[in-house]
Design a protein around this ligand. Structure first.
Ligand code: SF4
Length: 313
């Protein structure tokens, strides 16, 4: 999939997710992005910001279901077992103390007001993953700042924005004072059965598209209430120490989605040893760094939501 993202000079600094998209394993961090596990070559730009020497952010991505990332906030703190191998934390901490780097402060929470209007500069319509390196509803992100993020999303109506949180209580608290334009998709992460209450919280939000990221899937989620949910993503954990996902957990989710007519997207097994099909041809994609392949029972599941499915669900 094509990735288009910020050039080093678009925002005054390189969108920090640019190297991330090229190299970060999709262990956790709401676990939406897949990528390689090795650092790209990097250099310092003339204005002191770091950027990949090759290739540029607009050329390559392994993101399956989004086009760009936008990080008006970076940094976060762990809230549940799905955070244990958070790729964003691992990535950001590599640069703690590196002067001039966007992650000089490591994974400490940081607001970036200067990035707030960046999507308005992107003229071509994109799906934009908001805060791939943080959680917009982190308790230390002021509501006033969240409102500014939403104002940009409303103004940039030609894009579709995808927000994902593990902090569904804060989401619900904030939601009533936010305006929810149709181009804002809101999701929650659920990695284990004892966090399914986040889905109930999500249902209380007036987003046109509500979605679930069941990744890193750490156990059988059992019965899912998919009422009011327009999209489900599932996937196993990847990267060092990845915890295994079982095919029966994924099949259960898929069959519940089919029954409820909810689009289902299977992102990855996480590691080849977790993939029940050792001949999965997708496991060889991207030079063998494809996170163990993404076929389930001989098929790639790439369903995406539409507003039509949202309003007919
Ligand atoms: S909630 Fe924060 S720490 Fe947990 S996975 Fe997401 S970004 Fe990482």
């Amino acid at each position: 999939m094509r990735l288009t993202g910020g050039r080093p000079d678009e925002s005054g600094l390189l969108e920090a997710a640019a190297p991330l998209l090229l190299l970060a394993p999709s262990n956790s961090r709401h676990a939406l992005i897949s990528g390689g596990s090795t650092l790209p070559h990097r250099g310092a730009s003339p204005n002191g910001w770091w950027f990949p020497e090759r290739p540029t952010v607009s050329e390559i991505s392994e993101i399956e279901w989004t086009d760009s990332t936008w990080n008006p906030v970076t940094g976060c703190s762990r809230v549940s077992p799905g955070c244990v191998h958070c790729y964003a934390e691992r990535f950001a901490e590599r640069f703690r103390g590196v002067r001039g780097h966007p992650y000089e402060q490591g994974f400490d929470l940081k607001l970036w007001p200067e990035r707030l209007e960046l999507p308005l500069e992107w003229r071509d319509p994109r799906r934009i993953f908001v805060n791939s390196m943080s959680d917009l509803f982190h308790e230390r992100v002021p509501l006033s700042f969240i409102r500014k993020v939403f104002a940009t999303m409303e103004a940039a109506h030609w894009h579709r924005f995808q927000i994902l949180t593990k902090r569904s209580k804060r989401l619900v608290e904030a939601a009533s004072s936010l305006k929810w334009p149709e181009n804002v998709w809101q999701g929650v992460s659920v990695e284990r059965e004892d966090f399914k209450w986040r889905i109930d919280d999500l249902r209380r939000v007036e987003a046109a598209i509500r979605f679930l990221s069941l990744e890193p899937l750490l156990g059988d989620l059992g019965e899912l209430d998919l009422d009011g949910i327009q999209w489900v993503i599932a996937g196993g954990e990847s990267g060092p120490g990845a915890r295994p996902v079982r095919a029966k957990w994924v099949r259960s989710i898929r069959s519940q989605c089919r029954k409820a007519r909810v689009p289902f997207f299977f992102k990855q097994w996480g590691a080849l040893s977790h993939n029940p099909d050792c001949g999965d041809p997708t496991a060889k994609e991207n030079g063998g760094t494809s996170k163990g392949g993404r076929m389930l029972d001989g098929k790639v599941w790439n369903d995406l939501p539409t507003l039509r499915t949202a309003f007919s669900a």
